[in-house]
Design a protein around this ligand. Structure first.
Ligand SMILES: Cc1ncc(COP(=O)(O)O)c(C=O)c1O
Length: 432
């Protein structure tokens, strides 16, 4: 078989998968070890045709996949690898660029800079921020805190709300910084009056927290950080993409004043995993922290290589897929999808509110609804397990104000009103 024939078969496979994924059990219905047991214990001695890989993808691996591409995936933050993103990922692999220096792929580096500048414009960020792509928001937080630590010797504390993502805990642990969790108000927002910054090197504020998509009051936090000379990182991994809609932009007030911002196009902007945007108003400080150019990487080029601003030396051509997404959807296409998700979440929220015995437990700002059924935490936990065991939809949970909450996050480009209605039907059917 030739590359063209195998390639056509692979594209056909993906097309058929995407056409049928709605009807597959969303959450993998296997037990730990099942996939292990179905795979040969040792590698093949002789070459096999690519067709065998596709065959075993169907026969062995498919049952062990949780279908993030399903329009009925409502857990965590639902995502989409959109068609242009998927095709661009194929091109990325085919080109196999390794961006260790500007000269090893000038187009990779310059497209990344331009694409991040475009995305910044779409999200209403100020001109002049420096943007690059990291693998994940976790790496973005780790990088921002590494810079903050380097800039403030002797100050070893990081502050964030008790609802900040665990990536902040992990980064603080790795960097041997002390993490202080600040209490939140009744809407799960960081309370600026509880920020004590004397020994702080950084604050992480979140726009769109993982549990409830709460929005920390960034303007007030930025005032305090500016006065104390403390690095402020805004984690908008999920919600940041919503800033493309002018009517949602007010949630992002103040983020133009911060030192670094993370947004994940791989969450809510149609870009296949992984692609996390990181902007900074202080690229020189980032470079000062990360730059290390050994002899074999010295070059006469004037351009500063992006590897001088990051932990990894080699970078993938991630910008190509983000560029394809931005071009093939355009501002209006992306706005349309985010608006539709917000509309569907609002609709679901209205059903919960109207149904006796159910309650919405957090204000809804974007496409995430937090709710629960009357009864104990354990009853809600069991309800979630029953719903997910049906395979019809997949939802997840959070603990908000000490109480167990169910979460429905709309974020897949194929999700329709019928899919959201199905989620509500399954929930009400499985509820005691
Ligand atoms: C607010 C927030 N920050 C960070 C992350 C971590 O993202 P990543 O998987 O890109 O590290 C998440 C993931 O859901 C998130 O919701």
């Amino acid at each position: 078989m030739s590359f063209r024939e195998d390639g056509a078969a692979a594209v056909d496979w993906v097309a058929a998968y995407l056409e049928g994924v709605r009807n597959l059990p969303v959450l993998a219905q296997v037990e730990p070890g099942d996939i292990h047991a179905a795979l040969p214990p040792s590698p093949p001695e002789e070459p096999e045709p690519f067709a065998s890989v596709l065959r075993d993808l169907d026969a062995v691996l498919l049952p062990g996949l949780t279908h993030w591409q399903s329009p009925r995936f409502f857990a965590y933050f639902a995502t989409t690898a959109s068609d242009p993103g998927v095709l661009a990922e194929l091109l990325v692999a085919g080109l196999n660029q390794v961006g260790i220096l500007w000269r090893t792929s000038p187009a990779l580096q310059e497209l990344e800079e331009v694409t991040l500048d475009w995305l910044g414009q779409l999200l209403g960020l100020p001109a002049g921020l420096h943007g690059h792509i990291e693998d994940t928001a976790s790496t973005g937080v780790l990088s921002a805190l590494a810079v903050a630590r380097a800039l403030a010797p002797g100050r070893r504390t990081v502050l964030c709300s008790e609802h900040a993502h665990s990536a902040v805990d992990k980064a603080a642990r790795l960097l041997e910084l002390e993490l202080r969790k600040v209490p939140v108000d009744a809407e799960f927002r960081l309370r600026p009056d509880a920020l004590r910054l004397e020994d702080a090197c950084a604050v992480v504020a979140t726009i769109g927290t993982t549990g409830a998509a709460a929005v920390d009051p960034v303007p007030a936090i930025a005032d305090l950080c500016e006065a104390a000379g403390v690095w402020l990182h805004v984690d908008a991994a999920y919600a940041g993409s919503a800033a493309i809609c002018p009517e949602l932009r007010h949630h992002f007030a103040g983020w133009e004043r911060v030192d670094s911002i993370g947004v994940n196009p791989h969450k809510w902007l149609g870009t296949p995993m992984d692609c996390s945007a990181l902007w900074t108003s202080r690229p020189d400080d980032v470079r000062g922290t990360f730059s290390l150019v050994p002899e074999f990487l010295q070059s006469p080029d004037e351009a500063v290589s992006l590897s001088e601003l990051t932990v990894p030396l080699g970078r993938r051509f991630r910008a190509l897929k983000l560029w394809a997404v931005l071009r093939c959807f355009g501002r209006t296409g992306l706005q349309e999808r985010i608006r539709e998700h917000v509309r569907l979440a609002a609709l679901f929220e209205s059903w919960v509110e109207a149904e006796p015995g159910w309650e919405v437990v957090a204000p809804r700002h974007f496409s995430l609804v937090c709710f629960r059924r009357e009864g104990s935490d354990e009853e809600n936990e069991r309800l979630l397990e029953r719903v997910n065991a049906t395979g019809e939809v997949f939802i997840s949970h959070a603990r908000l104000g000490g109480r167990y909450a169910l979460r429905l996050a709309v974020g897949n480009y194929r999700t329709t009103e019928d899919d959201v209605r199905l989620a509500w039907e399954v929930l009400t059917r499985e509820a005691p």
